[in-house]
Write a protein that binds this ligand. Structure first.
Ligand SMILES: [Mg+2]
Length: 256
């Protein structure tokens, strides 16, 4: 096969696998100089068992705080999530001043089942420009989880829910606080997220948006309403991927 034929075959293979082509990635992401990553279920896969541990501890915290049985606490947990976006936001709205104790308690988990991901670390390191974590969890959770994944030292900082004044994504104020804190021009930034609604504001502000989904058949421990409808996902994300490491490798190869 001649060179043109080989290039054409490679393009066909990439296209058939559903991957954006290098030319398209360059055109879409060539101007990006700040790469923003959600943490939970984005930098680690949704089936790895970490999120259910946090989820259970949120319920346990509510049970203890209100003196409830676990079933009632679970129902309250769901109620807060649906009504306020996060449990912590629900507590804040009810003037319950427990943010720091809540964050410390729910993130006090064993992360040892999370395997280091050197391939992902290599590609995050290669991205041209600034790299930041933007999480609705705590900064300490982001640091410990990144360390467990072998990603420590690769991010400029981790912006957390305390830094956002207890206002979580997907609320606009959370993104505004983030953009201000790091002087980020959203028109030159990209956002990686597993929750589609958290891409609404980034997209409206001109960020490139990447939705990270579980692989087909993989366990998905996220809340049912956080699992995006494919049509909604397509309308909010410039790229949808079930393999963040491979996408970043393709991006780096395209941009290099
Ligand atoms: Mg997430």
């Amino acid at each position: 096969m001649g060179k043109i034929g080989a290039i054409s075959a490679a393009r066909d293979a990439a296209s058939a696998a559903g991957w954006p082509l290098a030319d398209d990635l360059r055109a879409e992401f060539g101007h990006v100089s700040t790469w923003v990553f959600d943490l939970d279920n984005t930098l680690y896969p949704a089936d790895c068992g970490i999120w259910p541990l946090i989820d259970q501890r949120i319920t346990l915290f509510l049970a203890d705080l209100f003196g409830m049985d676990c079933q009632s606490a679970r129902a309250l947990h769901q109620h807060y999530y649906l009504r306020h976006g996060t449990t912590l936001r629900g507590l804040v709205e009810e003037d319950i001043d427990e943010a720091e104790r809540f964050l410390e308690f729910v993130h006090d988990i064993d992360r040892s089942m999370l395997k280091p991901n050197p391939a992902l670390a290599r590609e995050v390191a290669r991205l041209p420009g600034r790299k930041l974590i933007f999480t609705n969890g705590s900064r300490n959770h982001a640091i410990l989880t990144a360390r467990q994944l072998g990603l420590d030292g690769l991010f400029e900082d981790a912006f957390d829910i305390m830094a956002a004044g207890l206002t979580p994504k997907p609320e606009e104020a959370a993104y505004d606080a983030f953009f201000r804190r790091y002087s980020v021009d959203p028109g030159k930034a990209a956002m990686f997220e597993d929750v589609a609604k958290n891409l609404v504001v980034p997209r409206a502000r001109g960020m490139k948006t990447i939705l990270v989904t579980p692989k087909p058949g993989q366990d998905d421990h996220r809340q049912a309403h956080d699992r995006p409808d494919p049509l909604v996902a397509a309308s909010l994300a410039d790229v949808v991927t079930d393999d963040l490491g491979v996408l970043l490798r393709r991006l780096n190869d395209a941009l290099g």
